[in-house]
Write a protein that binds this ligand. Sequence first.
Ligand code: ADP
Ligand code: MG
Length: 729
Amino acid sequence: MSTLRFKMVETAFGKKPHEVELPKGRPSEYYAMYVFNREKMFKYLSPDVYAKLINVIDTGSALDRSIADEVAAGMKKWAVEMGVTHYTHWFAPLTEGTAEKHDSFIEHDGKGGVIEEFSGKLLVQQEPDASSFPNGGIRNTFEARGYSAWDPSSPAFIVDDTLCIPTIFIAYTGESLDYKAPLLKALRAVDKAATDVCHYFNPDVKKVITYLGWEQEYFLVDEGLYAARPDLLLTGRTLMGHDSAKNQQLEDHYFGAIPTRVAAFMKDLEIESLKLGIPVKTRHNEVAPNQFELAPIYEECNLANDHNMLIMSLMRKLARNHGFRVLLHEKPFKGVNGSGKHNNWSLGTDTGIALMAPGKDFKSNLRFVTFVVNTLMAVYRHNGLLKASIASANNAHRLGANEAPPAIISSFLGSQLSAVLKHIEESEPENLQSLGGKKGMNLGIPQIPEILVDNTDRNRTSPFAFTGNRFEFRAVGSEANCASAMIVLNSAMAEQLKEFKSVVDERIAAGEDKFSAILGVIKEYIRMCEPIHFDGNGYSDEWKAEAARRGLDCETSVPLIYDCYLAEDSISMFESTGVMTRKELEARNEVKWETYTKKIQIEARVLGDLALNHIVPVATKYQSTLIDNVYKMHEIFPADKADALTVRNMELIEAIATHTAFIKGHVDAMVEARKVANRIQDEREKAIAYHDTVFPCLDEIREHIDQLELIVDDQMWTLPKYRELLFIR
Ligand code: ADP
Ligand code: MG
């Protein structure tokens, strides 16, 4: 390794696990110490206001402005006691991260001093000067402003000296400009639709809760090495870099012992997460070197999502205390696995029933089958849209590569659930009364409960897999806001359940028995959504052909995948569930296309710069030393002998010339393609041009740079290589 690169490693130094300062007490004692949760609400609010606020949280009703002042005062009292001086509305605009603007509590006291103030008005609503957040044209800076409004279902929390208040972010004209507002609407829609369906089985159900358990994958790289890679710094991924001689082929990293410095980071992260009420539970090495995973216990979807957004910023911050940078990009390194964020999703009732889990008797198993089959129908009908919900310039590198789900949404059910559905599809309703129950199913299929709980039949290539008591949406990207996927999945489920109920009700009204009507519709559905069911190898070429034959969405161009949002059946699904309007969808797509373009644009610029002012000069310099050597060899040896001895160097000189000429030529062509694309006004057309004409240049140029990396003297190559980025920890 060159001395320059070596110095960088030396400068970054992390802690050992025993050097991480431990909080006093057990995790259960410091858990949620930074959260204004029910316990603190009870302590800091009057009984009357406490009861009203809990009601708002539990029922999702609007916060009564008359209690806002007292809630704000209680919150402020607690926060000030915790040493807090500032507050912020914390929201998720249509970018990848979260946004916050800090204000201090101080106000003039009228006597020349200041006092700490925090009113209900400030708690409930704010107008962040947010004209530069993406809004797809909905908000013209001088026409309409946006405001953020408190989401009481997600508790306020403290980070450093700041009280953070989770909020939605909307335009004055009512359109949502963030992820949270439509997510809350989708969760409400699925709650209503699922509760109605539950009433066929359990009339006492009042609410259906959506659960989300995310698994966050990430890479850690040494901070010194990171700083020496402008591509990582500016784009989040390496735009060049030859494979390390060793990467993940020995499979020695997955579930292996966690390296000491990484363990210290994880410990620190877990302690801070627990203090913020994030129930982190699992940590392990992932498949690629320097890749890891973190997962909490699942929670209500909106809260789980806020926790994921929060933990991503916590990871970015804490990694630096340990001399690391965390890479949340979906594909930071070519040739080794990328990072995803599996979304484990299920529905449950306020009475404690897990709706995606089999039960003990006929009725509960019919309920289970009802929810599973309606999920399959929703995923089938909106498979293209679901793919659009997770599509991004970054995730495109991961999907379809032989490590992540393919770029086609299908659902894995496993042999047992498949057999159950097949059995239902093929039997007459009268024979199905024995679905589950003490005797099991008479028709040669074992009892449902026992078989599914231990669902070891796992298929890692499936983007949407049933895993025993939940579905696991595996196509979500590691850096994404899970809300994007959860908005689509829950809205689609709400629409589907509503339609299911209306069809069943019609049959009941026509005199059919309730359970027989349900079974009748389920049987039809199983047949209808058969194309979405695929338990085979999602990586195979046969599957691509088969999926196309089945009519599943096989588009791989991200800008075109986004078109699904504006398909008429998508718009009608979002409008009928009250989640988003056509205008919102159109505006949000503008943002998606624009973001796609910008990502590729930045990558192209960074690669062009690096190629021309780093790679080519370094390669040329090395080439000159080779030329020099050839000349000198000819000076000291007779011509014949010198020719023979310099054959290899002559080859290298020529190879370098070929590669650098290719690189220069293609960088010029890439700049030209960008210029042409930049002249396009329409965001969709521009994104397509970037996808079709600029993006392919990146890989072509990279290939030649990576060849040069193998040739050029290691001492001269100042960019840290894969073997250093991936193995130094
Ligand atoms: P694996 O890697 O085998 O998929 P993990 O233990 O890493 O399993 O993660 C599983 C995730 O699924 C955890 O976040 C867990 O809390 C969550 N989970 C478990 N049961 C449910 C459920 N019924 N609904 C939603 N999420 C669930
Ligand atoms: Mg999983």
